[in-house]
Design a protein around this ligand. Structure first.
Ligand code: ATP
Ligand code: MG
Length: 718
């Protein structure tokens, strides 16, 4: 009788099938965007489970985002129709490491209840250490040190392992000492930062061979998506686990390596065959995602990078009526947002879903304009992957209250809110608390409590402190008896925090109160305050529950692995994209990483890729004319059309704005006429230094000669 082919295997091409079925031994799938790498991983897990090769809890699967992990779980359960809840080890490197670390925290000097520091906390802690060392923290900033230290952690370097030269580079040779003290402080605080999660687990594995063996045995099969963006620490971690067990499958695309600035090592891909002996390398060449125009545009663009592994990509998706990749110019970012908003509405009225559309920006500051515009239009949108909501001041304050309740030793949280709202606890009082805490190596809250027993404080601050501490004790006692959402509300009320914003007359206050309400609402899906806090520290993504039809707005970095019918790519201007900072800091390598980012952006599109650039951008409140991105030059003309903006820009209602600045008579300035301007600018630029080929430096000097360096305010955030 013919063997029945399971459903999940049907439709796979032969290479994909090979990658799914080769479950023994190391496998590397190296393939371009949209070729089904993630699908292979998902199907492979289904295959492992369906054939009984392993139980759900014996599979370790690493995704790049928490969202991707959730989606993968859903798909696997769709494939095999079974319960995949047992897949306890499907997640990001960080979430998997947290889980391991909580089980064995005491072996690296933490308690299993340790808290996870965010960047803000990290910086404040470093600053304290730098100041305590008597180092000028203006010259040697905490931020700079945090960057250095993250770099070390990404390379799995503990303080004693940092190379002498690098350690010496900060504050006249004090780098190592600060790193040491920082780690010391964390341990006293019972906290870990993001980089530590991996670092500690590596330390654990290296120092506890039996424990490592346990995990090697447990993880019968290991799978890693987006392998091109793993850093050295992640690579080491994986290798430690794979030592006893070579069933590791990594999938990736060197052309989509976009986290070099965060320590990712595309070399990990190149090393795979060497380090995992006998590896099967599989290439996938058929793209299932995009139209031939989109694929041609992306391939042509990325071909301008040197040092690629090189891949062929083809699609069977050829139709005459497919849209070309469009390039549109706008006067400024407001017009860009207005015009993209119009296109979205037009698509929507033709029956397209907002869920199938995304706006991918280079820098997060670009988002606001779209948010504003969509609010005006009443278009649903969601911001994905950004730290936006949970980064807001009132949210951070509220979280600090919750953290202190759950974890009284959380000094950073305590410091944040001890005098918020104002309770008359001045610098002098806090200094006393700090001194006591430091000399006795105890948490601030405990020190404060001790101080309250003495006469050292004046009655007013003493009473205020007593009240704060008493509050936290009471709330903590209610952790088990009240639901966590009820308790959260009580905390915000009884602390006077909500009241503080109610009394506030500023324009933002109502919005802040709304955000606090939203925060409580978002807690409902969790079982406990601690569970919620852990979620917050790992994910800064509140969109999971949002099932409505909505346009997605996100950075290019966070769009990795995703796909949409229509993708809008605004802001393709020199200085913004490619981003000036990456050109300045990393020259040619930086430019190539920017180009890979452009490749990632274009290849997110299934049916329509729409690129925009503006002629003017406001930088630090000043208008500057901008030059279209060199990446536009690198698109293949046969697959690209110069589009007219869809909206009627003559009809600006906004008083004073528009008509005067928007001179249609000048073909090189205004809206739909700016594209000849683009071509002209490109010519001029090429004539100047031929930098279509050149690295960052040649371009930069040309730029400086012409109009000074262009810096764009905003963050390169993932
Ligand atoms: P990226 O590099 O962007 O992460 P990828 O290689 O992971 O892309 P997938 O996201 O797995 O690609 O697949 C791209 C799209 O093609 C998905 O919609 C997927 O369902 C579809 N696809 C993959 N393989 C097949 C196939 N054999 N038949 C039909 N559709 C497929
Ligand atoms: Mg993928």
């Amino acid at each position: 009788a013919a063997r029945q082919v399971p459903d999940y295997l049907t439709g796979l091409n032969p290479e994909q099938k090979l990658a799914v079925e080769t479950i023994e031994g190391p496998v590397l799938v190296l393939a371009g965007a949209g070729t089904g790498k993630t699908r292979v991983l998902t199907t492979r897990i289904a295959h492992i489970l369906a054939t009984g090769a392993a139980r759900p809890s014996e599979i370790l699967a690493v995704t790049f985002t928490n969202k991707a992990a959730r989606e993968m779980k859903e798909r696997i359960s769709g494939f095999i129709g079974g319960n995949v809840e047992g897949m306890a080890w499907l997640g990001t490197f960080h979430s998997i490491c947290v889980k391991i670390l909580r089980r064995h925290a005491e072996l690296v000097g933490l308690k299993s209840s340790f808290s996870i520091l965010d960047t803000d906390d990290q910086i404040r802690l470093i600053k304290q250490i730098i100041q305590a060392e008597g180092i000028d923290d203006k010259r040697w900033t905490a931020k700079a040190f945090a960057g250095m230290m993250d770099g070390w952690k990404n390379r799995a370097l503990t303080p004693d392992q940092v190379p002498e030269g690098e350690a010496r580079a900060f504050a006249n040779g004090q780098g190592r000492k600060i790193y040491e003290e920082y780690q010391d402080r964390l341990s006293v605080l019972n906290a870990a930062d993001f980089g530590d999660l991996l670092l500690h687990v590596i330390t654990l594995f290296k120092s506890q061979p039996d424990l490592l063996k346990d995990y090697q045995r447990r993880f019968r099969y290991m799978l890693v998506d987006e392998y091109q963006d793993t850093n050295i620490a992640q690579y080491l971690w994986l290798r430690l686990l794979a030592q006893g067990n070579p069933n590791v499958c990594c999938v990736g695309d060197d052309d989509q390596s976009i986290y070099g600035w965060r320590g990712a090592e595309v070399d990990n891909i190149l090393r795979f065959e060497h380090d995992f002996k006998g590896a099967t390398v599989i290439r996938l060449e058929r793209n299932y995602r995009s139209t031939s125009h989109i694929l041609a545009a992306a391939s042509h663009l990325i071909s301008h990078n040197e040092g690629r592994l090189g891949k062929t990509l083809f699609t069977d998706f050829h139709e005459d009526d497919h849209d070309l990749v469009s390039v549109t110019s706008a006067w400024d970012s407001e017009e860009e947002a207005r015009s993209i908003g119009d296109e979205i509405e037009a698509l929507q009225s033709n029956g397209h879903k907002l869920n199938d559309m995304a706006i991918l920006v280079r820098a997060s500051f670009q988002m606001r304009e779209f948010e504003d515009r969509f609010i005006t239009l009443g278009l649903n949108y969601r911001v994905i992957g950004g730290p936006r909501f949970y980064e807001r001041m009132e949210i951070r304050d509220a979280l600090a209250y919750f953290r202190c309740t759950v974890q009284p030793a959380d000094d950073l949280a305590f410091e944040r809110i001890v005098n918020t709202p104002k309770r008359g606890l001045g610098e002098a009082t806090l200094k006393l608390v700090h001194e006591l805490a430091r000399s006795q190596r105890i948490p601030l809250m405990q020190a404060a409590s001790q101080l309250c027993q003495t006469e050292e404080l004046k009655p007013k601050p003493r009473n205020a402190l007593k009240e704060v501490i008493g509050n936290f004790e009471r709330w903590r006692a209610q952790l088990d008896s009240l639901s966590h959402t009820e308790l959260a509300e009580i905390i915000l009320d009884e602390s006077g925090y909500t009241e503080m914003w109610r009394k506030d007359r500023s324009a933002e206050a109502p919005g802040r109160l709304d955000n606090l309400k939203e925060l409580i609402r978002s807690m409902e899906e969790f079982e406990s305050l601690a569970g919620f806090l852990e979620h917050i520290s790992l994910v800064m993504d509140r969109d999971s529950a949002d099932a409505n039809d909505a346009v997605s707005i996100m950075t290019l970095h966070s769009a990795k692995g995703l796909e949409f019918d229509t993708v809008f790519l605004p802001g393709w201007e020199e200085g913004l994209f490619p981003h000036q900072r990456s050109l300045d800091e990393s020259g040619r390598a930086g430019l190539e990483e920017e180009r890979r980012l452009a490749y990632v952006g274009v290849t997110r599109a299934k049916k329509r890729a729409k690129i925009w650039f503006t002629s003017n951008r406001r930088v630090h409140g000043m208008w500057q004319s901008s030059i279209p991105s060199r990446f536009l030059d690198e698109l293949p003309p046969d697959h690209v059309e110069i589009a007219e903006p869809s909206s009627n820009y003559g009809g600006y209602g906004g008083g004073g704005y528009g008509a005067s600045r928007f001179d249609k008579a000048d073909p090189f300035q205004s809206g739909s006429y700016a594209t000849p301007g683009w071509q002209r600018a490109q010519k001029a630029r090429q004539a100047m230094d031929g930098f279509s080929e050149g690295g960052g430096r040649g371009y930069q000097s040309a730029r400086q000669k012409r109009q000074g360096p262009l810096t764009i305010e905003g963050e390169l955030v993932a």
